[in-house]
Design a protein around this ligand. Structure first.
Ligand SMILES: *Cc1c(COP(=O)(O)O)cnc(C)c1O
Length: 407
C-alpha cells in the first residue's frame, strides 16, 4: 500500500495567495465592471531590461548553430555567471566570496526549501520570523520538522516575533536554536536589519553552532548606504551562514527564473557524535544530483544584469518601484495610518488597527484595490496589511486616490 506523507495534512488552510485569488474572483464575478488594481502579490510588472533581453536573444541564436550549440552546462552554473556574481555582488562590497561558492539555480523559493535536505530530519530547533514569507514554515511542515498546528502556530518551531516594538527586526532568542531563517529586507514588513543587528545574529549563531539561512531576495532595493546587502558583510558570517539571492525582484526575472545560493567552503554542520561536516561538498552533491542547471540563455541574461547597461537599467527599474512605494507611504500616512517599509523595500506594511482580512475586504469592496492581509504571513501579521509597489505608476496613483476616497 502506498502511504502518503501525512505531514501535508498538518498544513493550515489554503496558501495565502490562493485565498486572496478566491476572494478577488468572487468580487469580480459579482461586480464585473469593477476595475480592480492589484497591489497584492509580490510580482514585478516592468518588462525585462533591454540589456538582458539582448543577451538572451544572442544566446538563443548561439543554440541554433552547430558551432556555438551547447547542451548540458555545469549544474552549478556557468563560470561566466558565477564570476560576475562573486565579483559584483560580493568582492565589490568587501565580502570574501569565491565563484565556486555560488550555486546558480532556477529560484530562491526552491533553494530555501531544498537546503533542508542537508540537515537532520528530526531534533532540529528551528527559528522562523513572524511575520515572514510563508515558504519557510510550510516547507518545514511538509518535511515533518514540526508538530501539528495549534492556534495558528506549529508545535516545535521557535517564532521570532517582529512587532512595532522591535521595529520588525527580532533579536536572537534567549533559548538555543540550530537553524535560523532571516529575511532582510523583509517580506512582508519591508524592515531592514542594521549591521549591529546582523552582528548579534552572527555572534549568536557562532556561539550556538547554529546556521543562519539568509534570504536577501530584496537586496537590490536597499538605498540606505549604512544597511548591509549581504550577511557576509558581517565578520564571522562565513562560518555560520548560507545566503539566498534571486534575480526575480532585482531584474524582473520572476518569469525568467534565475537565482543563486552561496555556501562558503569551510561552513560546518555536525554529526550526532559532534564530528564537523562541511556543507559545501554536501550542497554540491545535492545540487549536481538533483538539478541539471539553469538554461544557457537565462544565465546569459543574468550575466547581463552586471554589464554597465544592465546594471543601470535594472537599477532604474528598482528605483521606479521605490518611487511607487514612496507614493504608497505618503498616501497611507495622509490617512493617519502608521506604516513602515517602502524605503529600502518594495513593500509597505500598514497598521490597520483591526482585523487584517476585514481590512483587505474593505479595500477590495470600497476601493477595488487588492492588498495582502498581514495575517497570512504569521500571527504577528494580524492587524496589518502589506501593500506592494510592484505596479504601474499610474495605477498606484489611482489606487491611492481611491483608498483616500473610500476610507
Ligand atoms: C520573491 C521572493 C523570493 C524569490 O523567489 P524566486 O523563486 O527566486 O522567484 C525569495 N524570497 C522571498 C522572501 C521572496 O519574496
Amino acid at each position: 500500500m502506498i502511504l502518503v506523507n501525512e505531514n501535508f495534512s498538518k498544513l493550515q488552510a489554503s496558501y495565502l495567495f490562493s485565498e486572496i485569488a478566491k476572494r478577488v474572483r468572487a468580487y469580480q464575478e459579482a461586480t464585473p465592471d469593477a476595475a480592480i488594481i492589484r497591489l497584492g502579490i509580490g510580482d514585478v510588472t516592468l518588462p525585462l531590461a533591454p540589456a538582458c533581453l539582448e543577451a538572451m536573444h544572442r544566446a538563443v541564436d548561439e543554440l541554433g548553430h552547430s558551432a556555438t550549440f551547447r547542451g548540458y552546462g555545469p549544474e552549478q552554473g556557468y563560470a561566466f555567471l558565477r564570476e560576475a556574481i562573486a565579483q559584483n555582488d560580493y568582492q565589490a562590497r568587501g565580502c570574501d566570496i569565491a565563484p565556486d561558492e555560488i550555486f546558480v539555480s532556477d529560484g530562491s523559493k526552491c533553494d530555501c526549501a531544498n537546503i533542508q535536505e542537508l540537515f537532520a530530519g528530526e531534533g532540529l530547533r528551528i527559528a522562523i520570523p513572524d511575520p515572514v514569507y510563508p515558504v519557510y514554515v510550510d516547507t518545514n511542515v511538509m518535511a515533518g520538522r514540526t508538530g501539528p498546528a495549534r492556534d495558528g502556530r506549529y508545535d516545535g518551531l521557535v517564532y521570532l516575533e517582529g512587532t512595532a516594538a522591535n521595529g520588525f527586526v527580532p533579536a536572537p532568542p534567549a533559548e538555543p536554536v540550530d537553524l535560523i531563517y532571516l529575511c532582510f529586507p523583509n517580506n512582508p514588513t519591508g524592515a531592514v536589519a542594521t549591521r549591529e543587528q546582523l552582528q548579534a545574529w552572527v555572534d549568536y549563531a557562532r556561539a550556538n553552532k547554529a546556521l543562519i539561512l539568509f534570504d536577501a531576495a530584496y537586496e537590490a532595493f536597499i538605498r540606505d548606504p549604512a544597511i548591509p546587502h549581504s550577511i557576509y558583510e558581517i565578520p564571522g558570517a562565513r562560518d555560520c551562514a548560507i545566503e539566498f539571492r534571486s534575480f526575480s525582484k532585482k531584474a524582473g526575472f520572476t518569469g525568467v527564473r534565475c537565482a543563486f545560493t552561496v555556501v562558503p567552503k569551510g561552513l560546518l554542520a555536525y554529526a550526532k557524535d559532534g564530528t564537523a561536516v562541511p556543507l559545501h561538498p554536501m550542497w554540491n552533491r545535492r545540487h549536481t544530483t538533483k538539478f541539471n542547471g539553469v538554461s544557457y540563455p537565462v544565465q546569459r541574461a543574468a550575466e547581463a544584469v552586471y554589464s554597465a547597461d544592465g546594471a543601470c537599467q535594472t537599477t532604474q527599474q528598482v528605483d521606479y518601484y521605490l518611487g511607487n512605494a514612496k507614493l504608497i507611504r505618503a498616501g497611507i500616512r495622509a490617512l493617519g495610518l502608521d506604516c513602515v517599509g517602502g524605503d529600502n523595500s518594495p513593500y509597505v506594511w500598514v497598521n490597520v488597527r483591526g482585523d487584517s482580512w476585514a481590512f483587505f475586504d474593505r479595500l477590495l469592496h470600497a476601493a477595488q484595490v487588492v492588498t495582502t492581509p498581514g495575517a497570512g504571513f504569521g500571527k504577528c501579521g494580524e492587524g496589518y496589511i502589506r501593500i506592494s509597489a510592484f505596479n504601474d505608476r499610474a495605477k498606484v496613483q489611482e489606487a491611492m486616490g481611491r483608498i483616500a476616497q473610500a476610507l
